[in-house]
Design a protein around this ligand. Structure first.
Ligand SMILES: C[C@H](O)[C@H](O)[C@@H](O)C(=O)CO
Ligand SMILES: [Mn+2]
Length: 419
């Protein structure tokens, strides 16, 4: 234990905060790390298919993972640099095809195409989350999937989503765990629609089919988006639609909040308490948007801290909020992106766990707003960094100052060999 940590522990203890209890709590909370940062959202099922159909990556940093072996090796390397519990968030496009299990289209995928992922996750103690992939595929016609006027298009994607729920259920059974299965569609229109109702009616009918059977190991999430590039005029799956649908459906049907999917002036953290009051889970895609849903790597900034603060402060938030990440930056070292973004999330949770939450609530409820402001300011310069360093040491990962060297060594030894 370092002297710096001992001093920090005493400083926090003097304020009634037990850093040991905080470190133990943080180590038990899983973060679902998005596999798609490792390969620029390309997946394995469409040959050399750059992300398309509502998803776009920019950058060309060398060393992208191209196979299951490369992606898992890179993910393991990143995890060796990240403290805390990890899950891997998979997309259906990461199905594994072999001579024994040859390629099938997305509407025909089965659990067997994900068995290697499950065996690997078991070996490393990772949980798994899952997503149907309704983009980067020729059946995304005119930017539309399940809200398309074309029945063949709708039926293809409905079959895909049904297959994915079955796969997610089987993964949950194999891991004896709950699996988040998150539904996101790019569907929308470039210009003002003539018929909004019809498109949303088709989305509702598709979801009714997709969710027509029970999956006890699955949390079914739906992810809205206010707009996307190329679909500025209309987005079929907006927040009102999904909140209404999930609330009416009940059970484990919930809405996922992606921090990049709302108007830039909206405070994403502010949404959590409202949803926590009514839904059993609140899944997140934590991301950092710059001007638009740019999916930059998460950093330890005010937006993320405020989200972490709500997870810590809301009764039940710690267990009910499922923290997932959604960033993909192809212009930088991808291991560095994973490590930096996931560590920033952990760091934000730690920072918020070290705040005097009960005292601040009491000050709010007794209208002592000046004192609340002063205490909040005081805690910004408490010796948080020493506690973070101690957490990294205990978890066997580098402190921030030692992060780049192993990433650079892996780049030189492994990534640079990829053509
Ligand atoms: C790959 C993800 O599922 C995707 O980023 C989606 O979650 C999203 O946020 C689209 O804008
Ligand atoms: Mn997202």
């Amino acid at each position: 234990m370092s002297t710096a940590y001992e001093l920090a522990r005493e400083a926090y203890a003097a304020e009634g905060i037990d850093t040991e209890a905080v470190l133990a709590k943080l180590a038990g909370k899983a973060i679902s790390v998005n596999c798609w940062q490792g390969d620029d959202v390309m997946g394995f099922d469409q040959k050399d298919n750059a992300a398309s159909g509502g998803i776009m990556t920019t950058g060309n940093y060398p060393g992208r993972a191209r196979t299951f072996e490369e992606l898992t090796a890179d993910f393991e390397k990143a995890c060796s640099l990240i403290p805390g519990k990890k899950r891997i968030n998979l997309h259906a496009s990461y199905a594994i095809f072999t001579d024994e299990n040859p390629w099938v289209d997305r509407d025909q995928i089965e659990y067997k195409h994900f068995e290697p992922w499950v065996a690997w996750a078991k070996e490393h103690g990772y949980g798994i989350d899952f997503n149907p992939t309704l983009f980067s595929h020729p059946m995304v016609k005119e930017g539309l999937t399940v809200s398309s006027p074309d029945k063949d298009v709708r039926d293809f994607w409905i079959r895909h989503c049904i297959a994915c729920r079955k796969i997610a259920e089987r993964i949950g059974e194999e891991l004896d765990d709950m699996v988040l299965n998150n539904f996101w569609i790019p569907d929308g229109l470039k210009d003002y629609p003539a018929d909004r109702f019809g498109m949303r009616e088709r989305l509702r009918d598709a979801l009714d089919e997709i969710y027509s059977f029970d999956t006890p190991h699955v949390i079914d999430a739906m992810e809205q988006k206010v707009f996307g590039i190329g679909v500025e005029g209309f987005t079929t799956g907006n927040q009102e639609f999904y909140v209404s649908y999930a609330a009416k459906k009940g059970g484990n049907h919930v809405v996922l909040i992606d921090a990049g999917h709302f108007n830039p002036m909206e405070n994403i953290a502010d949404k959590l308490s409202s949803l926590l009051l009514f839904f059993p889970y609140v899944p997140l895609h934590v991301t950092r948007s710059m001007h638009w849903d740019s999916d930059h790597v998460v950093l330890f900034d005010d937006n993320i801290k405020e989200i972490a603060g709500e997870i810590v402060r809301c009764p039940g938030g710690w267990d009910k909020v499922i923290i997932g990440l959604d960033f993909f930056d192809a212009s930088i070292n991808r291991i560095g992106a994973w490590a930096t973004g996931t560590r920033a999330m952990e760091k934000s949770l730690l920072f918020e766990l070290l705040q005097p939450v009960e005292r601040l609530k009491e000050l709010q409820d007794t209208y002592r707003f000046s004192e609340k402001m002063i205490v909040t300011e005081q805690f910004k310069t408490m010796p948080f960094g020493a506690v973070w360093d101690e957490y990294c040491r205990r978890e066997g990962v580098p402190t921030d100052g030692g992060l780049w060297a192993p990433i650079k060594a892996y780049e030189d030894e492994v990534l640079s060999g990829r053509a």
